[in-house]
Design a protein around this ligand. Sequence first.
Ligand SMILES: NC(=O)C1=CN([C@@H]2O[C@H](COP(=O)(O)OP(=O)(O)OC[C@H]3O[C@@H](n4cnc5c(N)ncnc54)[C@H](OP(=O)(O)O)[C@@H]3O)[C@@H](O)[C@H]2O)C=CC1
Ligand SMILES: O=C(O)C1=N[C@H](C(=O)O)C[C@H](O)C1
Length: 269
Amino acid sequence: MTQLRTVVAGASGRMGRALVAAVAAHDDLRLVGALEREGSEAIGQDAGLVAGIKEAGIAISDDPLSVLAQSDVLIDFTGRSASLALSELAAQARIVHVIGSTGFLPEDEQTFRAASRHCRIVKSGNMSLGVNLVAGLVRRAAAALGPEFDIEIVEMHHRHKVDAPSGTALLLGEAAAEGRDVDLNTVAVRGRDGETGERPEGAIGFASLRGGSVVGDHMVVLAGEGERIEIGHRAETRLIFTRGALRAALWAFDKKPGLYDMADVLGLH
Ligand SMILES: NC(=O)C1=CN([C@@H]2O[C@H](COP(=O)(O)OP(=O)(O)OC[C@H]3O[C@@H](n4cnc5c(N)ncnc54)[C@H](OP(=O)(O)O)[C@@H]3O)[C@@H](O)[C@H]2O)C=CC1
Ligand SMILES: O=C(O)C1=N[C@H](C(=O)O)C[C@H](O)C1
């Protein structure tokens, strides 16, 4: 197989550094570009050295247009606004865009749908095998148990995380809502404070904890009268996300333009 020419966006971030190292070590991928935002201290530095591996010969750039023109795949763990902008450039370049960023708003979906008419997008709030398996379990449990079981989703992440609820919590909330055949946006309760009143029947609640260096813990609680089911996942290393992202890039390369998720990549639908 010819190596896929791969660009990592957010190359000096926590995930970006792990991705640069993973791409450099992969037989079927070749690092051809690394992006950071304009004004970043990382611009001009070698992406390999920033990632803590040997020199990669790739200077981190703030010019996505020229970098993407020479690539097959963009792996993007940046943030909401960067990923929205990059999806339009990935569409112009007709490449694969793997989006791990989180913190999107419901209306962002239409931007990704439009871009995916021209390129292949794989987007997921969690790229790990484990979480995507757990989502299937949550969907089944929610469908089997019905609305007399209250669903609450608790997540904990490191102190640097900037969005809440996490993308994974929302992914698990979507799975629960699908199981109940309801629209998550109409039943979600995203945090409680003060005199909240009783819990509305059918609500799917979210609670976010932040602290320390926690990579990512998620627990879905289905609480009934006299019993409680807990379905959870704990990420112990960011390597589970990089592994998933690289797998998504390789899977998407020969697919038609479209908006895919990790369940497509893993054959879990
Ligand atoms: N789907 C999944 O499996 C996972 C998703 N994530 C998500 O990935 C995202 C990144 O997480 P993490 O690595 O921890 O965060 P970091 O803040 O460590 O990294 C993000 C990087 O992207 C950079 N960036 C911001 N804007 C741009 C831009 N326009 N072009 C290029 N780079 C840009 C940031 O620069 P600066 O700091 O200067 O703004 C930063 O270096 C988050 O949304 C997180 O929730 C994380 C892990 C797994
Ligand atoms: O910001 C993180 O770190 C993570 N973000 C993703 C999320 O929002 O769910 C995935 C993982 O939990 C780590």
